[in-house]
Design a protein around this ligand. Structure first.
Ligand code: HEM
Length: 487
């Protein structure tokens, strides 16, 4: 019998491979230069491949590219990948996020532990989202969040005591150098621990706990595993996190008598019988709250404080407001949120900071139309990933005036505030479920620190050196200031 059979097979595979390669190249070139997005301006290479974007993403510098290079150069609609667009127009964004409420794009899948395990944040399915949001909403209602104030206050009291002890140990007259950034990160982690994980992580007191660290590792594993499926068999899920959370849920289910009235308990009690969430969903959901609720709040709170330290007249105005409001309250006691939420200057300062330093530095929410859509003359083909550039709206002189880049809390007292160019918590059905939680915590931290301590910035550090992988953080992971007790 003739032997060249193997050669024939090899030849056939070779021919098929070359044909597939040609098909791929033809498609790539067609999509780049002749497809429906070909008229949208953007870097030439981005029309062919998402690699330029991925490379910047891997360094956490996607946001620099969008905000400092692409938007100034190409305008309000930019092609950032073969099927990806960055939009910085307020009418189009409002239409996408609020009026038409497009579903999230497929890339949110990368945050899931397994493709079928949707969560509130990562789901792209509107029906699933509606049901999950309905189930979790009671844990984030204003009334319920108010009942979490004592848990948060406990963590913030620890923060105050920690700063005080550092000052006493060093020198009450010279004060102490403290890492304000890490302290904010640690406080918000403790707060999520108290409210969703059954107890504080003691980050403020002890400086570390394995759980938050493992969450960061797990998140990066998920992104690699889901982003590059070929690596899947080599990247395992996190045993520690799973065991920790399973044990927590098991213990809580078995507890008799009065249980902690925290977010975890609300989720455990949500739905009855068959409608109750399985343990794995609860596990995924509380991990999501830790990711979505700690670095976001610490980043925003840190920036409020750093903006104030760099604007002496504004910080004096806020301290005056706090001192007048809480004239009889000893400085080492925490004000009540009921009063804080009504303080105009405090709220203006928070709004102004979140306008200048939103957590969505890198393009806001990622949405995809389920059919071809035309808005204001721009065609968005079905399935295109559209990034809604909230940062650009909040930094646009067209909407905010010529002082757009300055820190001016007073602008929040004008009559014509362009709220349709302000999305710190996104908007529409996919807005932040945790915003009342975050604002409560931010007001408590800021007011307690400013009433009790005096801070001074230490020059030579760059707070604008930010990296953003999922949520933003300071590249140096620290920022030092000097703190004294107020006399
Ligand atoms: C200052 C602090 C915070 C800011 C600025 C913030 C901002 C945002 C933004 C912009 C989104 C939309 C993201 C997107 O569409 O890709 C979002 C969604 C979300 N946030 Fe927050 N967030 C904060 C605090 C929190 C807290 C404290 C929690 C929970 C404890 C939380 C949980 C979530 C969840 C679960 C979603 C997804 C909601 C949904 O799709 O229905 N966030 N947040």
């Amino acid at each position: 019998m003739a032997i060249p059979y193997v050669d024939d097979a090899v030849n056939a595979i070779g021919i098929i491979s070359i044909a597939l390669l040609f098909k791929y190249m033809f498609r790539t070139i067609y999509v780049a230069y002749f497809g429906p997005l070909s008229k949208i301006p953007g870097p030439k290479l981005s029309a062919l491949s998402a690699i330029p974007l991925l490379l910047r993403g891997a360094k956490g510098k996607r946001w620099h590219w969008y905000q400092r290079e692409l938007r100034p150069k190409y305008g309000k609609i930019v092609r950032i990948g073969p099927d990806m667009i960055l939009v910085s127009d307020k009418d189009i964004i409002r239409q996408i996020v609020v009026k038409e409420d497009w579903p999230k794009g497929e890339f949110y899948k990368i945050f899931r532990v397994a493709p079928h395990l949707h969560t509130l944040f990562s789901t792209t399915d509107k029906a699933f989202h509606k049901e999950r949001r309905r189930l979790l909403a009671p844990a984030f209602s204003i009334k319920y969040i108010r009942s979490l104030e004592p848990y948060m206050s406990m963590c913030i009291r620890n923060l105050n005591d920690k700063i005080d002890s550092l000052i006493q140990e060093n020198s009450p007259t010279d004060g102490a150098v403290i890492d304000l950034y890490r302290m904010m990160v640690n406080t918000t982690l403790d707060s999520i621990g108290e409210t969703a994980f059954g107890g504080t992580f003691n980050m403020v007191k002890e400086g570390n706990h394995p759980l938050p660290k493992e969450v960061v590792v797990e998140l990066s594993r998920r992104i690699r595993r889901n982003g590059f499926p070929i690596l899947k068999p080599f990247i395992k899920s996190n045993r520690y996190l799973y065991d920790f959370s399973s044990e927590l849920i098991r213990r809580r289910r078995q507890e008799a008598g009065t249980r902690r009235k925290d977010i975890l308990q609300i989720i455990l009690d949500a739905g009855e019988g068959e409608a109750a969430l399985p343990d794995i969903d609860i596990y995924e959901q509380i991990i999501e709250f830790l990711i979505g609720g700690s670095d976001t709040t610490s980043f925003s709170t840190f920036f409020v404080l750093i903006m104030l330290l760099n604007h002496p007249s504004k910080i004096h105005k806020l301290i005056e407001e706090l001192d007048n409001e809480f004239v009889d309250l000893p400085r080492n006691e925490l004000p009540k949120h009921e009063k804080l939420k009504k303080l105009p200057y405090l709220n203006a300062v928070i709004n102004e900071t979140m306008r200048l330093w939103p957590i969505s530095l890198d393009g806001g929410s990622g949405r995809s139309p389920t059919e071809d859509k035309i808005i204001n003359g721009v065609l968005f083909p079905k399935g295109t990933l559209v990034l809604t550039n909230f940062y650009a709206l909040q930094h646009s002189a067209e909407y905010w005036g010529n002082d757009v880049d300055e820190f001016v809390p007073e602008r929040w007292f004008k009559d014509d505030i362009p709220y349709d160019a302000f999305y710190p918590f996104s908007a529409g059905s996919r807005n932040c479920i945790g915003q009342n939680f975050a604002l409560l915590e931010m007001r408590l931290i800021i007011s307690s620190l400013l009433r009790r301590f005096r801070f001074e910035d230490i020059p030579g550090q760059d707070y604008s050196d930010i990296v953003q992988f999922v949520t933003p953080s300071l590249a140096q992971n620290e920022y030092k200031v000097r703190a004294w007790n107020r006399s």
